[in-house]
Design a protein around this ligand. Sequence first.
Ligand code: LMR
Length: 394
Amino acid sequence: MFESLKPQPADKILALMQAYKEDPRDTKIDLGVGVYKNAEGVTPIMRAVKAAERHLWESETTKTYTGLAGDPVFADALSTLILGDDKPADRLAAVATPGGTGAVRLGFDLARMANPGMRVFVSDPTWPNHLSILKYLDQETVTYRYFDNDTGGVDFDGMIADLGGAQAGDVVLLHGCCHNPTGANLNLTQWQAVIDLINAKGLIPMIDIAYQGFGDGLDADAAGTRLVVKNCPEVIIAASCSKNFGIYRERTGLLMAISETPAQQGVTQGSLAYLNRQTYSFPPDHGARLVGMILTDDALRADWMAELEEVRLGMLDLREQLATELRNLSGSDRFGFLAQHRGMFSRLGVSPEIVEKLRADHGVYMVGDSRMNIAGLNKNTVPVLAQAIIDAGA
Ligand code: LMR
């Protein structure tokens, strides 16, 4: 039987991670996979996470199953963190999932269950795994223009023109903040214009929010998502705690689905629980429980927010420093967009040949489309990277 299996394409981001590990140069710089690293190159366990783990270890009395939706404290606290205090609780269904990817996958499944004929509109570019999952599901997918390589900003006219081709019932996948892989984001006026188009055409917004708190702050990063929820009758939201709680391997995510009416909420909740049961039964609990504990304890929450803010400001400093170094070396402001981008990533906008040169000649690892993980830098490596970018001919 297995002889009929075909080799699967390697995931580009994970292959790059492996190539970096195997590179013996001690001057190498890892700007690949989206994992936060501090100035020492370490991905720390956040203080509040460690404290919550200690408390959980002492207080947890059973490892029996949770419900299919996972810990309700987690779902309630995380949905409030994302949607704010005026979340539409009576229309909101939510289940814990294995990471944000689990939420994305189940979000597509939910949309397909509700409307098997729908198409999914995704930004060009988007996180490669969005495309990979959609392909695996054999789901018809359409790209909309998003990134303007010349300015490093959003090609908003192109985006609106391409979304104009969507039909009622089609799903529009949006990045809640900190667009992966470009770092270029919609402003609130643009979010509103997208919402108007979605409503005029009867489209379903699906938001992937994986970097809340990494861009302009916890509330600012959720503002687009909250605007969508306020204005659109139905919304799907896939959220991840991997980055903002630093609990990557705990696989902690939340899938939310907002129905048009409170009367529909129960069936939507049941459908989400059903999808969990068919896919892996109960979602992982450890990370979700830690997040629930942190968000509902004033001291832990305050400490988590303070540490997250340090992380965010550190990445902004690195962005500013890199834009300045490149301005000095190139004598132009053509890389100024790096300081405007938000989140962990920026797309540099250089050719795959230059990306390859950076790897081969300078040991700089970035994804082939020139996506850089800003958190892979520190004060000492920024000038090295800037010089390498110029030397590679960018
Ligand atoms: C990334 O984009 O690098 C992260 O989301 C990690 C991953 O799973 O690809």
